[in-house]
Design a protein around this ligand. Structure first.
Ligand code: UDP
Length: 329
């Protein structure tokens, strides 16, 4: 691993660490302590932004109680998922580079040194890829792999040579953060935006640890939602496929009709066609419904974006406490 101390410029640079946190009261202090320990040892100038994604377990107060001037807690007004929390954090980050890392201690901070070294070496985005997914169920691994193959096929994961199916946390240069902040869209995966943004993207590998406590918040539905957001935000392929499948089905239908006519002319007998008719109607009906569903996904996203609602609101910010306190309830 390259030693950070060989890069003198870090002393002139600053780093923002953005941590999305949802019900991580048990983990957050230890995670912050570990990250700031590493960064202090490296001689870095840094700030830590904990984006509390509307936790119900006192995560915000746990961070505020640390009373650390380098640590800022920002509480969002509703739970929107880690990608929105990260994007909210990116807008607040002031560093020359921004590190996005999770609150649960799984993203091993020992990798930060190598990531900073790559950034100082000229990389604009540095992905930390887990060396293996051995701790995960086979179904999860297969789903992750299939998901990224789908994204790649749809042209929605264009980071050459970086296998995003293993990506967990990442560091980006200020200009990439500015590029992402300039994208107003709501319904989209931050990984997708970063991959799409381009610049010089590199990866390092690291050993992922087990969760310190609590459980993963990525339910099956959340994963499917992220996959849909990613594909529909970055690829028109499903729409293009609709036309291709439609043309294919129509061609098959015409061929089938030609065969029926030919058989009738040759044998002089009508082909008994009820089963084949039903099959055709059902298959075509199903395909049309799927196509309409795909169209609906794009129409819904267009409507959602056109409303131009902010994707999050800040409910509380430890850097700007309210002038007066008010009883709730
Ligand atoms: N997270 C969040 N909002 C959510 C769910 C998760 O901010 O609605 C945070 C969570 O606290 C953690 C990070 O996102 O810091 C990664 O979440 P999780 O541990 O559930 O994902 P996994 O580690 O399983 O990929």
């Amino acid at each position: 691993m390259d030693s950070l101390h060989s890069f003198g410029s870090l002393l002139d640079m600053s780093l923002s660490v953005v941590i999305p946190a949802y019900n991580e009261a048990d983990n957050i202090a230890a995670t912050i302590g570990e990250i700031s320990g590493h960064l202090t040892r490296l001689g870095a100038t840094f700030e830590i932004l904990v984006m509390d994604d509307h936790s119900s377990d006192g995560t915000f107060d746990a961070v505020r109680a640390l009373n650390d001037p380098q640590v800022r807690a920002i509480r969002l007004s509703r739970n929107s998922g880690s990608h929105i929390a990260l994007r909210a954090g990116l807008r607040q980050a002031r560093g020359d580079a921004v590190l996005c890392i999770s609150a649960d201690g799984q993203d091993n901070p020992e990798a930060i040194e190598a990531m900073i070294a790559r950034w100082e070496g000229g990389a604009d985005v540095v992905w930390a890829l887990r060396t293996d997914r051995n701790d995960e169920a086979l179904l999860n691994k297969t789903m992750a792999r299939a998901f990224y193959l789908l994204l790649t096929a749809a042209g929605a994961a264009p980071t050459d040579g970086v296998d995003l199916s293993k990506a967990d946390f990442f560091l980006m240069d200020r200009r990439v953060a500015d590029a992402v902040n300039a994208c107003p869209e709501r319904n989209s995966s931050l990984f997708g935006l970063l991959a799409w943004a381009g610049f010089r993207q590199e990866a390092i590998s690291y050993h992922r640890r087990l969760r310190a406590s609590g459980h993963s918040k990525w339910s099956f539905q959340a994963k499917v939602r992220l996959a849909k957001d990613w594909v529909f935000a970055f690829s028109g392929l499903p729409l293009q496929m609709m036309t291709r499948v439609g043309v294919g089905m129509a061609t098959l239908g015409l061929l089938y009709a030609a065969v029926v006519i030919a058989v009738t002319l040759i044998t002089g007998e009508m082909v008994p066609g009820f089963p084949s008719l039903m099959t055709t109607v059902l298959v075509l009906g199903g395909v049309q419904m799927i196509m309409l569903g795909l169209l609906g996904e794009y129409v819904w996203r267009t409507l959602d974006e056109s409303r131009k609602r902010p994707s999050y609101f800040v409910e509380a910010d430890s850097a700007h406490p309210p002038a007066h306190s008010r009883a709730r309830g």
